[in-house]
Design a binder for this molecule. Structure first.
Ligand SMILES: [Zn+2]
Length: 269
């Protein structure tokens, strides 16, 4: 019921007056009239949607953070710098930043252990919605001057059927979000924060983005084969800045999603 709506107040006032006039202060008739008035206000004026821009939402999404590689899988490496070490460092920073902003988080790994890709997707697919999946990786290039950040999203969503609950399966009517908007927001915010070269976003056939039912993005946060970026990534300040940029992107994506409205109707001539 629209508690502050003038029409609702008017209907309730009318119901009260009717009760007074007909001296029906007790019994089923009173209950009937009050229920009828309540239903009427609900029909003519349901609660208004949340204020556009209202944030933080009472129900922020759970962020599943996936630190790429780990354990026996070192990922890219160059001059003693291991991708698996950088991904875990940024993932733990991202978790701390998101928690401070009110987001709940789940890590696919929080130490230097090997976690198969299928298990990472299973962890994400068990998290109740609203939730979002962010995988963190670092790049290597054949040429030393290649640098910058790029973000990928799923070319097609194909979650593992056994990870789904039957309720989730049957209640879904819309196609799964490929994570394109999420990737765009994360990429934009990470570039804005770090000043790194912008390599854009792309759809790609990657296991974790494809086999998770959540909107998912995979960030390649820089090239460890580029001397300058490798040096920066080893600096605490830069890693923290990159993590903050990714957090900004997740927050911007969620804010945009919460406030998205259908386009205004065309004006009649
Ligand atoms: Zn990687």
């Amino acid at each position: 019921m629209g508690k502050n709506c003038a029409i609702c107040k008017l209907v309730l006032k009318w119901a009260r007056r009717l009760l007074e006039n007909h001296r029906m202060r007790t019994g089923m008739a009173c209950v009937g009239i009050i229920v009828l008035a309540g239903c009427l206000t609900l029909v003519i004026c349901p609660d208004p949607p949340e204020e556009p821009g209202a944030f933080p939402s009472p129900r922020l999404p759970i962020v599943v953070i996936d630190a790429g590689h780990g354990g026996k899988d070192e990922g890219a490496k160059s001059k003693g710098v291991l991708e698996k070490t950088l991904t875990l460092d940024v993932a733990l920073r991202l978790e701390r930043i998101l928690n401070a902003r009110g987001f709940s988080t789940v890590q696919t790994r929080s130490e230097d252990i090997f976690v198969p890709l299928s298990e990472r997707a299973q962890i994400a697919n068990r998290v109740p919605e609203p939730a979002v999946f962010i995988s963190i990786h670092f790049n290597q290039g054949s040429e030393r001057d290649i640098a910058g950040i790029e973000t990928f999203y799923a070319d097609n969503k194909d979650p593992i059927a056994s990870d789904w609950t039957w309720i989730g399966f049957f209640s879904r009517s819309e196609p799964l979000d490929t994570g394109e908007d999420l990737a765009a927001e994360v990429q934009y915010a990470a570039i804005l924060k770090t000043g790194a070269r912008d390599r854009g976003i792309r759809a790609r056939h990657l296991y974790v983005t494809r086999h998770t039912r959540l909107p998912a993005a995979l960030v390649e946060g820089g090239f460890i084969t580029n001397r300058m970026e490798s040096h920066l990534l080893n600096e605490e300040h830069y890693a923290e800045t990159l993590a903050a940029g990714i957090a900004d992107g997740i927050e911007a994506w969620w804010r945009g999603r919460r406030t998205s409205a259908p386009p205004p109707l065309a004006q009649k001539p």
